[in-house]
Every structure is written in structure tokens, then in C-alpha cells.
Ligand binder design. Structure first.
Ligand code: PEP
Ligand code: MN
Length: 338
């Protein structure tokens, strides 16, 4: 349920409500919406306790939340949320954020070259996997901590905040030490211990939709993170499995407006893993911006034919520059900036 505080409620009133909720054995989650405080309660409080809360000073209204994903829902918060990654803002009316870089961190020179290309093209964040969740155990698994160190070095060199994947709960503290944003990949969207671990890590999270997951399941996975006290969650549609093999996955563009209705969390699109082929990436980027995506996560490699993973779907630096220029025009057409 949500406790809507009156616009006149003081910080003391809010603190008192939070203390009463904790004394009932529940976790309270305070946010603001259109200038007033909202106190979300995770868990179901019985009717007599909720009646007692409704009489506290500063409480205007107690509202049930019908959605299973409470904290993620628009019912909970009607204003779109902004997630901040270093100096980059994602969501609401912030400029569309381009995150780009190689699928995997492969080595120092290649990463620094890629980071430089992302920056020159107008990208605002650097992506690159140091821990790779590969379908085959014989494929390149990533450079692990050495890869994280290289990402940190690339951030130093370019000023671009870094997003990188974490695949196991026990490595969350290590990845969080180097990264600006923690990526949860499609294969781990329902790895609940991992979601809870990133929920406690205090870093923004990029949560990708499972390739066989519904929108509701995606939102419930986000709820695992939010319910741990971490409100900095960005959702990412990256294509789902369909019957057609002409593309690697099927990009569900409708996820953007659907999520916009259901949640206040920012939504971005990863066209690369959806398409599986670089020739399709520019059109999917433009359509994502047209549909209202808050950002794009694009695989880019200085020499895609030499990439250790996902080279076929990685665009070149020149293509990335063109994509960003074209998406800027689309953003303008739909009343957004980039
Ligand atoms: C990636 O971003 O390189 C990745 C592994 O993505 P996904 O989890 O969407 O397959
Ligand atoms: Mn990849």
C-alpha cells in the first residue's frame, strides 16, 4: 500500500510514519511525487494497523496498490523517474542516452580505442562485458577483474560512465567497485539472489528483459531490486524469442509504450542483441527513439570481424556516428533531445 502524505507534512511527520511502519515489522520506502511524499509499504499490513496509520499527523490518504509490482508501478509513482549514472541522467525528459561499446572487454588497446570512438561519436556511456554469460562453456568467458580495471581506465581516459554485466551474487561487490552501472543480462533476469544482491549494492542497475519473459515478469524482477532499497533501475528491452529465425530475437518495440504506461522506471532498447546483424541496427535504433525509449545500448567494435563475441551484430565507429546523428533527428521529431 502507499501512504500519501499531505503537501504540508513535515519531515518529522514522515519520519514518524516510517518508524511506525518499521515497528509493525515492515519496510518503508519514501519517495516524492508531484511535490508530496509517498511512503510505500512492502508487504501486507492488516486492516486495523492500516487504520491506525491513517490517523497519524500528515497522512492524507492510504491507497492500496493493485499491481503485484508495487514500487515499480505508475500507481505508486505517477511521475517518470530519472536514474543518474555519474553525470548522466536517464528517463523522464532527460536527453536520450546512447550507451555503446564492445560486447566484451578484450584487451587494453582495443577497449581504449572503442571508448574513444564512443565518445567521438557522441555516446554518453561506455558498455563492455568483463563477465560474459556465454551459451557455450567453450566460448570466451570475459577478462573478469582485469576487464573491470580496463573499464575503469577507459572511464578515466574519456569521462564516460561505465555499464557492465554482473552474473553472480558473489561478484557484485567487486563489479560495483569498478562500474558505474550494473547490468543484469537476459539470462539472469530471474536470478533472484542476484537481483537482491544488486538491490543492496547501491549502484544503478540496468535490468534486461529475459528473452522468454513477459513484461509483468520483468517488472516483478525490477521489484526485487527496488524492494531492497535500490530505486535506481533502468529497464532494457533486448528482443524476445519468437518463431522467426531471420533475426536473432524479435525486438518488442511495443514494450516501450507498454512499460511507459505501467511503470515510472526509464526504459531503453538494445537493438544489437535483438537484431543479431549489424545491418539492421540503425533502423531499430531509430524506431526505438521514435517509440519513446530513454536510451539505447549499442554494441560497437572498432574491427567487428575480429571481435571475440557478437562481432556480427556490432556496428563500426562510423556507423555509430551516423546512428547517433540520425537518432538526433528522430528525437527532435518526437519532442525529445539526444
Ligand atoms: C550483452 O549485453 O553483451 C549481453 C550478453 O546481453 P543479453 O543479456 O541481452 O544477451
Ligand atoms: Mn553481446
Amino acid at each position: 500500500m502507499i501512504i500519501k502524505m499531505s503537501p504540508q507534512a513535515t519531515q518529522g511527520d514522515i519520519d514518524y510514519v516510517v518508524a511506525r511502519i518499521s515497528s509493525l515489522g515492515f519496510r518503508a520506502h519514501v519517495s516524492t511525487d508531484v511535490g508530496r511524499a509517498l511512503v510505500g509499504v512492502v508487504g501486507s499490513i492488516d486492516i486495523s494497523a492500516s487504520a491506525a496509520l491513517s490517523g497519524l499527523r500528515g497522512v492524507e490518504e492510504i491507497l492500496p496498490i493493485r499491481k503485484a509490482y508495487r514500487l515499480a508501478s505508475r500507481e505508486y509513482r505517477s511521475e517518470s523517474s530519472i536514474v543518474r549514472v555519474g553525470s548522466v541522467a536517464i528517463g523522464a525528459d532527460a536527453p536520450v542516452v546512447i550507451m555503446a561499446g564492445p560486447c566484451s572487454v578484450e584487451g587494453r588497446e582495443a577497449l581504449l580505442e572503442a571508448a574513444d570512438a564512443v565518445k567521438k561519436a557522441g555516446g554518453r556511456m561506455l558498455r563492455g562485458g568483463a563477465f560474459k554469460p556465454r551459451t557455450s562453456p567453450y566460448s570466451f568467458q570475459g577478462m573478469a577483474e582485469e576487464g573491470l580495471q580496463l573499464l575503469a581506465e577507459a572511464r578515466e581516459a574519456t569521462g564516460l560512465p561505465v555499464v557492465t554485466e554482473v552474473i553472480a551474487p558473489e561478484t557484485v561487490p567487486m563489479v560495483a567497485e569498478y562500474a558505474d552501472m550494473l547490468q543484469i543480462g537476459t539470462r539472469n533476469m530471474q536470478n533472484f539472489p542476484l537481483l537482491m544482491a544488486v538491490g543492496r549494492a547501491g549502484k544503478p542497475v540496468l535490468l534486461k528483459r529475459g528473452m522468454m519473459s513477459t513484461i509483468e515478469e520483468l517488472l516483478l524482477s525490477a521489484e526485487y531490486i527496488l524492494s531492497q532499497g535500490n530505486h535506481q533501475v533502468v529497464l532494457c528491452e533486448r528482443g524476445v524469442r519468437g518463431f522467426d529465425t531471420v533475426t536473432r530475437n524479435t525486438l518488442d518495440i511495443s514494450a516501450v509504450p507498454v512499460l511507459r504506461e505501467l511503470t515510472h522506471l526509464p526504459v531503453i532498447i538494445d537493438p544489437s542483441h535483438a537484431a543479431g546483424r549489424r545491418s539492421l541496427v540503425p533502423a531499430l535504433c531509430r524506431s526505438a527513439v521514435a517509440a519513446g525509449a530513454d536510451g539505447l545500448l549499442i554494441e560497437m567494435h572498432p574491427r567487428p570481424d575480429q571481435a571475440l563475441s557478437d562481432g556480427e551484430q556490432s556496428v563500426t565507429p562510423e556507423q555509430l556516428s551516423r546512428i547517433i546523428a540520425d537518432c538526433g533527428k528522430v528525437a527532435t521529431a518526437v519532442g525529445r533531445t539526444l
